[in-house]
Design a protein around this ligand. Structure first.
Ligand code: ADP
Length: 330
């Protein structure tokens, strides 16, 4: 069962009823945060609203029917105000609790991914020495085992880098450094890496570049590479054996548009609204046991927006997907 976030999602207009249903499903939302109902702001806010309304009506009825002495009315109102203040205090404390947990989670992810990066990089370095036969000639069987080891190590490095970048984004520690970069060398580099990755599945990668494209663009090369690496990785991962991927570079409305199209498994229509959510994975991806974490697209979207651009996609289950980004070129 895929994880379907109940809050912080952005369903399309045609899904307005679904959105309304999620907002009304307060118990479901609180369960998702994994905290008791009485510490959950989503529950405490409407509870407080209901108590305020009830208290106002009761005070009015009691005061108008039975109490003539204004001092008693004032005491009742003061008492209920204190009661409401206590509930407000609990709500604020529950928010504080959530903020502290979130901060601790971000710190933990940041420290853990930093610590994991160095051993993984040294494993990569030693594997490279073996693969280049610099530590002695390998038998074909040993070379195959090392290839698998290297592939898994690369996957771990990719995951750790994604986690680190997400924690930077969430703590607003991401630095964007825009510099002029040569579009031609960027394209060559991206395609070269994609072709190596696509080799085991015998996927054909085709590149199309519009003639109107400028020779340089001003952007953060490193961040752009993270976005494209995630989108191309996905196109390869969710493609069938002998699939076809096309990468297109165009220049509409003075923006650089990079489009990655595959003819792979596609995304089921009813799950398309959640695709950029953190940890979301579509049912057809998990059913086919394609490995993943549901972090790549969340990261790609966050970084694209940090670069002042937009990310979008269209997809049909069983037919394939096209993801594209549009970035300001200056
Ligand atoms: P991951 O691929 O690690 O699961 P992502 O955040 O990159 O995480 O993608 C989220 C989900 O979106 C994937 O699990 C998959 O269901 C779907 N998805 C992304 N890209 C594609 C694609 N090119 N084709 C089909 N499904 C895709």
């Amino acid at each position: 069962m895929p994880f379907i976030p109940l809050s912080n999602n952005h369903p399309n207009q045609n899904n307005i009823w679904r959105k309304v249903f999620y907002q009304l499903n307060i118990i479901g939302q609180c369960r998702q945060y994994n905290i008791p109902l009485l510490q959950c702001p989503n529950f405490l806010f409407p509870l407080m609203g209901a108590i305020i309304i009830a208290v106002m009506i009761i005070s009015y009825l009691v005061a108008s029917q039975f109490i003539a002495d204004p001092r008693i009315i004032i005491s009742i109102i003061a008492g209920t105000t204190i009661f409401l203040l206590i509930i407000s205090f609990i709500i604020i404390k529950s928010f504080e609790h959530l903020v502290i947990i979130n901060k601790m989670k971000n710190e933990f992810i940041s420290i853990a991914s930093h610590q994991l990066r160095s051993p993984l990089t040294s494993v990569k370095w030693i594997l490279e020495l073996f693969q280049k036969d610099e530590l002695g000639k390998l038998t074909p069987e040993q070379a195959e085992y090392l290839r698998i080891l290297n592939e898994n190590n690369e996957r771990m490095i990719h995951l750790v880098n994604n986690l680190l970048n997400i924690s930077r984004i969430e703590t607003k520690n991401i630095k964007i450094e825009k510099k002029p970069i040569k579009i031609k060398s960027l394209i060559d580099e991206i395609v070269k890496n994609a072709q190596i990755e696509a080799l085991p599945k015998n996927i054909k990668i085709e590149v199309k570049t519009s003639s109107h494209i400028p020779s340089t663009i001003k952007t953060d090369k490193n961040k752009l590479e993270i976005i494209l690496q995630n989108l191309i990785d996905n196109a390869i991962k969710y493609s069938h054996q002998n699939g076809q991927i096309s990468i297109r570079f165009t220049y509409p409305r003075s923006t650089i548009k990079i489009e990655i199209k595959d003819n792979g498994v596609g995304i089921p229509e009813k799950e398309q609204n959640y695709i950029f959510q953190k940890f979301f994975r579509a049912a057809n991806a998990t059913r086919r046991q394609i490995t993943g974490t549901g972090l790549g697209l969340y990261l790609a979207k966050s970084i694209t927006e940090a670069l002042g651009g937009k990310i979008s996609f269209k997809s049909k289950e069983g037919a394939g997907s096209t993801f594209w980004i549009e970035l300001p070129s200056k």
